[in-house]
Design a protein around this ligand. Structure first.
Ligand SMILES: Nc1ncnc2c1ncn2[C@@H]1O[C@H](COP(=O)(O)OP(=O)(O)OP(=O)(O)O)[C@@H](O)[C@H]1O
Length: 255
């Protein structure tokens, strides 16, 4: 049974075609990695999944529901650039994310105490309980990114959208974050979409790896055609050795 259903989705910005004819069925709990050359529309596709934008054509349904017109609590998002609030403690960052995601305004009194307790549970889960009272500037890059993921988790989303979440981290921290994400996923059964420039990361974490590319190209009108899913690899049990894909898509190796 398809949980995320993408049907004939196109996206244009003015006369520029960015994405075309995208069809995709994802079951609940799947981890989908997305790779493709720079500028081919991967982040645009994530924004469409988030319902931050509406497609020019086609539709995206979650769990059989009507296509969303704006982001909701069932979709959480994390970008490469940390989105934490620098002037708030780690715990208050989680509390603020919860109040914003629910459109609840600021918490006071007993509501604030309850929100802080929930924040501490989240911090426990993401391994930041020991720095709950610190400010983000005192945390390492990996810890700040874990905090950003913690913020996305406060609304208990059914879908987590990750846009190059580990792109700015050093290799060691990146590997630690892979383990963290694998554990988190086993715990929550969330459906995850992750854009990455790192093919090995895509194959390591994903159940599937989607390649976005432009199958049609007019040298006289480079903006006439958009990208679509040209490959959909099964990446479970190590999947297709990604070196084969690098041979086919040398541009992917450049990132
Ligand atoms: N709101 C917008 N209005 C106009 N053009 C846009 C808008 N958002 C993105 N674009 C353009 O759409 C194209 C696809 O951008 P997008 O960020 O989705 O690509 P990407 O594959 O994620 O790139 P990268 O891998 O470099 O992050 C780019 O040429 C970008 O300039």
């Amino acid at each position: 049974m398809s949980f995320v259903q993408v049907t004939d989705v196109w996206q244009h910005y003015g006369r520029r075609s960015i994405i075309e004819r995208v069809n995709l069925d994802v079951t609940e709990g799947e981890f989908v990695s997305i790779v493709g050359a720079s500028g081919c529309g991967k982040s645009t596709f994530l924004r469409l999944l988030l319902a931050d934008e509406t497609p020019s054509r086609g539709e995206i349904r979650i769990d059989g529901g009507e296509p969303a017109r704006e982001p909701g609590r069932e979709r959480g998002v994390v970008f490469q650039k940390y989105s934490v609030f620098p002037h708030m403690t780690v715990r208050d960052n989680i509390v603020a994310a919860e109040s914003f995601s629910g459109g609840l305004g600021r918490f006071f009194g007993s509501k604030l105490r309850a929100a802080r307790e929930r924040a501490d549970e989240t911090l426990d889960r993401i391994g930041l309980a020991h720095v709950a009272g610190n400010y983000p500037a005192t945390l390492s890059g990996g810890m700040q990114q874990r905090l950003a993921i913690g913020q996305a988790l406060t609304a208990r989303p059914r879908i987590l959208l990750l846009d190059e979440p580990f792109g700015a981290l050093d290799p060691g921290t990146r590997i630690a974050m892979h383990d963290f994400l694998t554990d988190l996923r086993a715990e929550t059964k969330m459906t995850v979409f992750m854009v990455t420039h790192d093919l090995s990361e895509g194959f390591k974490l994903g159940d599937r790896v989607l390649v976005f590319d432009k199958p049609r190209w007019d040298p006289h009108a480079p903006e006439a055609f958009g990208a679509t899913i040209t490959y959909d690899f099964d990446a479970r049990d190590a999947g297709v050795p990604f070196q084969h894909i690098l041979d086919q898509y040398p541009s992917l190796a450049a990132h």
